[in-house]
Design a protein around this ligand. Structure first.
Ligand code: NCD
Length: 340
């Protein structure tokens, strides 16, 4: 894999290879020194032209734990503020001999454009409404940890689908891995056309609650209020929010997910965010090994065609089969590990 721009570029086999590799990297994260020499000598630039806490920190840690050198570049302190074009900025960064550029940008299509301007590997950390491929990979990783596989699982994605790069990446990835995806939300927050989206739409969240394996809630962006796309936060919550009452109607083994940052009391009630079925912090922890696997896949020796060769090249142990914890075992396991 040369770049990671969109989930559309990945086959099911490639996705599974990344997730398997991530499991092996996760094992290294439990060691006293959670660092492996896999990318020693490589330089990764984090070029974030848009605010981010978790994605940036997670890529930063992932690169460092692979022993790569990391350079942080922020739009706020860069020459783009002096009018330099994006192309000049990127060519300047690449002229210093960097191996990968992890890019986040408010405009859709920037990561893809960058692949034309530099020899460095490009990893998309979120572009406009278009894609957020590593978020989708870490979400699939989190679901797989719980259910073993996504095959035949019913996943509802609820909220502002139209403005969400997370929804676009997740729909592609979850369906490639065999899950059924149902979109829920007001018509004004769904894309105008769903042609080519392999999904069903259900306007009423209450119908879905008892039958879904995963309830995935998206952040309601406050700016959509001023756009007049829904009447009030209160009304949004009452029609589409995961309230405490609704959470009682979800199955005991269902997963509650959110990419963060959460608006407690809007799309998800505060108590529900702390429900044992909520895996929001697990999603965050999955981010580091998943991004290690992505960085290794674009920068590693590149000589491998199978996960076994990749694992061998990174000097990693073969992963143990995923433990499929259900119901009480799962809750007990979370408690033992000290999760909320
Ligand atoms: C998401 C993003 O920035 O796309 N957050 C994230 O990366 N975890 C989702 C959001 O901002 O709502």
């Amino acid at each position: 894999m040369k770049n990671l721009v969109t989930i559309a570029d990945l086959s099911r086999g490639e996705i599974e290879q990344i997730l398997d590799l991530a499991e092996s990297f996760a094992e290294t994260q439990t060691r006293a020194i959670p660092k492996v020499p896999a990318l020693r000598g490589k330089t990764v630039v984090l070029a974030f032209f848009e605010d981010s806490t978790r994605t940036r920190t997670s890529f930063d840690l992932a690169a460092r734990r692979l022993s790569a050198d990391v350079v942080n570049f922020s739009a706020g302190s860069s020459a783009t503020n002096k009018g330099e074009s994006l192309r000049d900025t990127v060519e300047t960064i690449s002229a210093m001999g960097v191996d990968a550029i992890v890019v986040r940008h408010a405009s859709s299509g920037v990561p893809s454009q960058l692949t034309q301007w530099t020899e460095a590997a490009i990893v998309n950390a979120g572009d406009g409404w278009h894609q957020h491929p590593t978020q989708a990979l870490l979400d699939a990783y989190t679901i797989r940890q719980r259910f073993g596989s996504l095959d035949g699982r019913k996943i509802a994605i609820c909220g502002d689908i139209n403005h969400s790069r997370v929804a676009r990446s997740n729909v592609q990835l979850f369906t490639k891995l065999g899950a059924e995806v149902i979109l829920v939300g007001p018509r004004t927050l769904l894309p105008p056309s769903l042609a080519g989206w392999p999904v069903k739409v259900e306007p009423d969240i209450d119908v879905l609650l008892p039958e879904i394996d995963v309830a995935y809630f998206l952040r309601i962006q406050q700016e959509r209020l001023s756009d007049g796309l829904f009447p009030s936060v209160r009304e949004y919550r009452s029609l589409y929010g995961l309230t405490l009452d609704r959470s009682h109607r979800l199955r005991p083994d269902a997963l509650i997910m959110h990419p963060g940052p959460m608006n407690r009391g809007v799309e998800i009630d505060a108590q529900v965010a702390d429900d044992p079925r909520a895996v929001v912090l697990n999603q965050v922890s999955s981010g580091v090994p998943v991004r290690m696997a992505v960085l290794y896949s674009v920068l590693g020796p590149g000589q491998f065609d199978t996960k076994f060769e990749a694992i061998e090249a990174a000097s990693l142990p073969e992963r143990q089969p995923t433990k499929n914890l259900v119901g009480e075992d799962y809750v007990a396991d979370k408690q033992v590990k000290g999760d909320r």
